[in-house]
Design a protein around this ligand. Structure first.
Ligand SMILES: Nc1ncnc2c1ncn2[C@@H]1O[C@H](COP(=O)(O)OP(=O)(O)OP(=O)(O)O)[C@@H](O)[C@H]1O
Ligand SMILES: [Mg+2]
Length: 187
C-alpha cells in the first residue's frame, strides 16, 4: 500500500487528482475523485495505442496500484530538463509561444490519430503537457480516458463512420484554434 496525503497533490482535473509518487520522483499517481472507470479506460487506451503514439505518451505501468487514497494509475511524471514538473499546454500558453518544433509535433500527433482512427475525443489543452527537454519542447498527451468513450449506449459514435467524423472534427477544431492552421489529413 502506498501512503499519500494532500501535500503530495501536484495537479488535478475534473475527474482525478495527480499525486507525486512518494518513492519515485519520476512517477505520478492518478486517483479518481469519485470511483469510476477513468483509470481503467486510460490503461486500456494506453495498451491499445502505446506503440503508435509512443513519442507522445507518458509511460504507464501495466497495473493499477493500491494507495491510501484509492486505486491509482501509475505514470511517468513529465518533468523539464531542470527537474521542474512540466506544465499543461494551457499553462504553457500563459508564458510561452508554440514554436515550429512543437507545432510540427502537434500536427504529427493529430495526423497519426486520424490516420489510424484512434478515436480520442478530449483535446482540452489541459490534457497535453509540454516538456522543456534539453533539445527543445516535447509534446505529451497525458489524458487518454476519452478513447472510444460514448455518452450513451445509443450514441452515434458507436458507428465507426461517425466516430471517425467526430475525431476529425475535434482535431481540426484544436488545430485551427491553437495552431492557427488548416490541418492536412484531419480535414
Ligand atoms: N504524466 C503527467 N506528468 C505531468 N503532469 C501531468 C501528468 N498527467 C497529468 N498531469 C497534469 O495533471 C492535470 C490533470 O490530469 P488529468 O488530465 O489526467 O486529470 P483528469 O481529472 O482526468 O482530467 P479532466 O479534467 O479532463 O477530467 C493535467 O492538466 C496535467 O497538468
Ligand atoms: Mg484531463
Amino acid at each position: 500500500m502506498i501512503h499519500l496525503d494532500h501535500s503530495m497533490i501536484i495537479n488535478e482535473g475534473a475527474t482525478r487528482r495527480c499525486y507525486r509518487h512518494p518513492d519515485d520522483p519520476g512517477k505520478c499517481l492518478k486517483i479518481e475523485k469519485r470511483p469510476g472507470a477513468a483509470n481503467a479506460n486510460e490503461l486500456q487506451a494506453y495498451r491499445a495505442v502505446q506503440n503508435l503514439l509512443s513519442d507522445y505518451l507518458a509511460e504507464c505501468e501495466p497495473e493499477l496500484a493500491v494507495t491510501s487514497e484509492g486505486e491509482a494509475l501509475v505514470c511517468e511524471l513529465v518533468r523539464d530538463a531542470d527537474g521542474t514538473i512540466s506544465p499543461s499546454f494551457s499553462e504553457f500558453l500563459l508564458t510561452e509561444k508554440t514554436d515550429e518544433n512543437l507545432r510540427r509535433q502537434f500536427l504529427e500527433f493529430f495526423d497519426l490519430i486520424v490516420r489510424h482512427k484512434l478515436c480520442f475525443y478530449d483535446f482540452n489543452p489541459k490534457n497535453f503537457v509540454i516538456q522543456h527537454a534539453e533539445d527543445g519542447f516535447q509534446l505529451k498527451y497525458t489524458d487518454l480516458k476519452s478513447f472510444h468513450k460514448t455518452k450513451t449506449a445509443f450514441a452515434l459514435e458507436k458507428i465507426p463512420f461517425f466516430a471517425t467524423l467526430k475525431l476529425k472534427r475535434r482535431s481540426t477544431r484544436f488545430i485551427k484554434r491553437y495552431l492557427n492552421q488548416t490541418p492536412s489529413s484531419a480535414q
